[in-house]
Design a binder for this molecule. Structure first.
Ligand code: ZN
Length: 250
């Protein structure tokens, strides 16, 4: 049986002498594992298909429950991401996120589009890689059922301007008047960054014209606090540590 997948290569490990085991994140079926044969031989035609971040149409044959890549046509690639250490870790964080959630998520279509948009935005480099990652988590967690409202105090509805608190149990923001002992205070700058980021589309971050959101989105310290927030949130809610986050938080 042959199948076609529009897929991103999210893991590639050596297997036997000349082969690679790939994990693909596909539009059609989520996570797909397959073997890429003979790829380490000189002049291997499908070498590109075994590179991390390759986005291609993979044609895969299944036999005895094992899938083998028999053809691949490159659609796009994100290899330039490897040339910058922050871009690289932001991209590997996205891949770690996919590995964690793609098996559990219901809508692969949106997660797939988000993943491509996120990698594109990281590659284009108009915004900090950490910022793109924060927006990716924000959208990904909504898809996974952990959406957060950033618009106002959850209890009284007031627009929060000075001190802001987050309730990790109910995943809502509160003003100083409504917060109780179970809430954690957050920097107001971080909260304002998040509420602005929540209003724009992830695909907008691919845009090279950054003037609209400067300088809010360029403040590395504030962006790092926002990333720390999601790093903690994911650990707390999903009990998963995304290792690549740590390299971006130093
Ligand atoms: Zn309130």
């Amino acid at each position: 049986m042959e199948e076609k997948f529009n897929a991103l290569c999210i893991r590639s490990v050596s297997y036997k002498d000349n082969d690679k085991m790939l994990t693909l994140f596909s539009l059609e079926k989520g996570i797909v594992d397959c073997i890429l044969r003979g790829v380490k031989k000189p002049n291997a035609k499908l070498r590109f298909a075994g590179e991390l971040f390759c986005f291609a149409e993979y044609v895969v044959a299944e036999k005895n429950g094992r899938r083998t890549v028999i053809e691949a046509n490159e659609i796009d690639n994100f290899y330039e991401i490897r040339l910058d250490i922050d871009k690289y870790y932001a991209a590997t964080a996205i891949i770690e996120y996919v590995r964690t959630f793609a098996l559990k998520g219901e809508s692969y279509y949106e997660l797939f589009l988000n993943t491509l948009n996120g990698l594109k935005a990281i590659q284009n480099g108009a915004y900090l890689p950490q910022l793109v990652l924060v927006k990716y988590y924000m959208e990904g967690l909504k898809l996974a059922g952990y959406g957060i409202s950033y618009s106002a105090c959850e209890d009284c509805g007031v627009i929060i301007e000075n001190r802001v608190f987050f309730d990790f149990n109910s995943c809502v923001f509160k003003c100083a008047d409504c917060a109780d002992y179970s809430c954690t205070e957050m920097r107001i700058g971080t909260y304002k960054l998040l509420s602005l980021l929540d209003k724009i589309e992830l695909s907008n971050l691919k845009n090279m014209d950054k003037s609209t959101y400067s300088p809010t989105f360029d403040q590395l310290d504030t962006v790092k606090y926002a990333l720390k927030f999601f790093d903690f949130f994911i650990k707390d809610k999903v009990e998963v540590q995304i290792k690549s986050n740590q390299a971006l938080l130093v």
